[in-house]
Design a protein around this ligand. Sequence first.
Ligand SMILES: Nc1ncnc2c1ncn2[C@@H]1O[C@H](COP(=O)(O)OP(=O)(O)O)[C@@H](O)[C@H]1O
Ligand SMILES: [Mg+2]
Length: 141
Amino acid sequence: MKNNILEITHLSKNYQDKTGEIEAIRDVNLEVSEGKFIVIVGPSGCGKSTLLSILANLDNKSSGKISFSKDNIKVGYMLQKDSLFPWLSILDNCLLGLKLKGKIKKDDKEYVLKLLDTYGLSEFKDKFPNSLSGGMRQRVG
Ligand SMILES: Nc1ncnc2c1ncn2[C@@H]1O[C@H](COP(=O)(O)OP(=O)(O)O)[C@@H](O)[C@H]1O
Ligand SMILES: [Mg+2]
């Protein structure tokens, strides 16, 4: 019996820029079963980040189908380059998404503080990104 948590069929993505169209991925097909740990390997520029950005809903696909087996699946994606704002403290960087949505509650802040603790970053919450190591910045991201 199939126990796929994710199915990708005929997924393609073209980017448009000033010079024209760039075909980033073409006809990607992938099935991922629950509990599987998979690695996507390929040369620089082959479309790995594009695929992950589409899966995390950070970018749109051009064509194809992505189906998750459940509606409440959350896709987390640690970006290659952290996009922390240098002028915000670690805590404020972590709270930014919620702040922009304009609905930050006391519980949310407590949850973020708990997460910082989980990732060993509590004592850095009032520091700024430039005083953290690359790995620590990734964890903040
Ligand atoms: N925002 C973008 N605009 C135009 N082209 C892009 C953009 N992002 C990626 N590309 C192009 O899409 C292709 C795949 O890039 P990417 O997914 O970043 O590859 P990888 O992560 O495997 O190194 C490359 O040719 C890259 O130049
Ligand atoms: Mg990449």
